[in-house]
Design a protein around this ligand. Structure first.
Ligand SMILES: [Zn+2]
Ligand SMILES: [Zn+2]
Length: 83
């Protein structure tokens, strides 16, 4: 199963640092579950800065990606700031 260990703060910082390098150099990241995913299908957490594959993102955010996008859209309607 998709068992993901909780990171300590230090491990998390290392993990995010490695992902940031991967994102920059390779255009893909290694999720904490061990899967390599391209940035176009990876999701980045706004709070802890880590990247996740879709199933892990859903797990981490506590909602499905569909729900996340819906929430995002309704948020976008709320503030009408456009460039
Ligand atoms: Zn994952
Ligand atoms: Zn997070």
């Amino acid at each position: 199963m998709n068992q993901v260990k909780e990171f300590t703060e230090e491990q998390h910082a290392e993990h995010v640092e490695r992902q940031t390098k991967e994102a920059r150099c390779l255009g893909c990241i290694t999720c904490r579950c061990g899967d390599e995913v391209g940035l176009v299908v990876a999701y980045r957490c706004l709070y802890c800065d880590a990247w996740f594959c879709e199933p892990c993102a859903e797990d981490h955010f506590g909602m499905t990606v569909d729900e996340y996008h819906k929430q995002d859209e309704s948020k976008g309607e709320d503030d009408e700031q456009k460039y």
